[in-house]
Design a binder for this molecule. Structure first.
Ligand code: GLN
Length: 324
C-alpha cells in the first residue's frame, strides 16, 4: 500500500514539475525555428509541449501535446531499429558504424577505414539505413515505414507532403552524401528513390504525445506499455538506446550524456525524445533551435528534469529504478 502511495506521490511530483517547467520556460525566446525550408520556418515558434509515459503506461501531458509536427531526425532512431530487425546486425554494421562524429549532422563524412557511414544518427548513416527499407518502389517503401510506426502509435502516421516536397527540392547536400556513398559501394544504385524515401521519413507527422509513447516502448525493451505488443525486439532496443546515448543529440551528444545522461534523439522539427530504460519515456516539442539544431526549451526541460529527479543513467541514487 505504501509503495502505491509512494508511486502516486512521485507521479504527482513529476507532473507538477512538468507544469512548472512549462510555465518557467514558456517565455524563453532564444533560438530560431529551422529555416532551410519555408514550411519549417512558418511553424508557430511559441508551441511548447512536454509529455511522458512510464513503462506501465501512465502518461503525463502538458501544453501543446496534440500539435502535429514533422519528426525529422528522430525518425533516424526508429529506422535504425527497423533495419536491425529486418536485416540483422552484421548487414547493418557493414554499412553504418556506431561512432559519434563530433561533426554537424549533415557533414559529408564517412568512416573511410571501414568504408561505411559513421553512425545511423547523422544524415549519411540515416540515408544508408533508408537504403535498407524494403519495398519495390518509393510508395511501397514509405508504407513499410508507416507500418513500422503503426506498431508504436496504433495508426499509420500522415506524411506532411509539403515538407516532403521541399526537402526533396532543397536536399542537394544529402544528395552529395548519397552519391558519395554510391561511389564507395555503401548504398545501392536506386539513389534518387532512396533519397526521396529519406526525405519522406523526415516528413512523418507526430505529436509530443506520440513521441512519449514511442520513447516508453523503447524504454520498455520494445514492449508497448499499453497494448503489450512486442513492437521491436528487445535486443534491437539495446542497440537503439546505445547509439541514442552516444550519437543522438548531434555534436552535443557528449555534453548531453554528461549533463542529462539519458539516451535521446532530437529533430530539427523541434522534438526531443528521451528514454530511461526500464522506467519510461519523456518527450518535448518546441521549434526554436540552438546552433547545433537542438530545441532550446527542450534542452532546458531535460536538464531540469534530470537534475530534479536524478534521472542520469549512472546516478547512484536515482529513485526511478524499477520496483522502488
Ligand atoms: N531533413 C533534415 C535533413 O536531412 C533532417 C535533419 C534533422 O532533423 N537533423 O537535413
Amino acid at each position: 500500500m505504501s509503495n502505491l502511495n509512494e508511486r502516486e506521490a512521485r507521479r504527482a511530483w513529476f507532473e507538477a514539475t512538468c507544469v512548472d517547467l512549462h510555465e518557467r520556460f514558456g517565455p524563453l525566446q532564444d533560438g530560431e525555428p529551422a529555416s532551410y525550408i519555408p514550411e519549417l520556418a512558418a511553424v508557430d515558434p511559441d508551441r511548447f509541449a512536454i509529455a511522458a509515459m512510464t513503462t506501465d503506461g501512465e502518461g503525463i501531458a502538458v501544453g501543446d501535446v496534440d500539435q502535429p509536427f514533422t519528426i525529422q531526425s528522430i525518425s533516424k532512431l526508429l529506422l535504425y531499429g527497423l533495419a536491425l530487425e529486418t536485416h540483422g546486425r552484421d548487414t547493418v554494421l557493414e554499412r553504418v558504424g556506431v561512432a559519434p562524429t563530433g561533426e554537424p549532422f549533415n557533414a559529408i563524412v564517412l568512416d573511410d577505414e571501414a568504408n561505411r557511414a559513421p553512425n545511423p544518427m547523422v544524415n549519411a548513416g540515416a540515408i544508408a539505413i533508408t537504403d535498407l527499407v524494403v519495398g519495390a518502389d518509393v510508395e511501397e517503401r514509405i508504407e513499410t515505414v508507416r507500418s513500422m510506426y503503426e506498431g508504436y502509435l496504433g495508426r499509420k502516421p500522415e506524411i506532411d507532403r509539403d515538407v516532403w516536397a521541399s526537402e526533396r527540392d532543397t536536399g542537394n547536400r544529402n544528395r552529395a552524401i548519397a552519391y558519395l556513398m554510391l561511389s564507395r559501394g555503401i548504398i545501392d544504385d536506386r539513389v534518387e528513390e532512396t533519397l526521396d524515401l529519406y526525405f519522406g521519413q523526415c516528413s512523418v507527422l507526430v505529436t509530443t504525445r506520440d513521441l512519449a509513447v514511442i520513447a516508453a516502448t523503447i524504454s520498455n525493451h520494445g514492449v508497448h506499455p499499453i497494448t503489450g505488443e512486442q513492437v521491436v525486439p528487445a535486443r534491437v532496443t539495446r542497440d537503439m538506446l546505445t547509439v541514442a546515448l552516444t550519437c543522438g543529440m548531434y555534436d552535443y551528444a557528449g555534453e548531453w550524456a554528461f549533463s542529462v545522461g539519458i539516451p535521446a534523439k532530437s529533430g530539427v522539427g523541434g522534438g526531443i525524445l528521451g528514454m530511461l530504460p526500464g522506467v519510461g519515456g519523456v518527450a518535448t516539442f518546441s521549434p526554436r533551435l540552438d546552433e547545433i539544431g537542438n530545441s532550446v526549451r527542450g534542452l532546458r526541460v531535460f536538464e531540469e528534469l534530470s537534475r530534479e529527479f536524478e534521472m542520469h543513467m549512472f546516478d547512484p541514487d536515482r529513485p526511478w529504478r524499477r520496483g522502488t
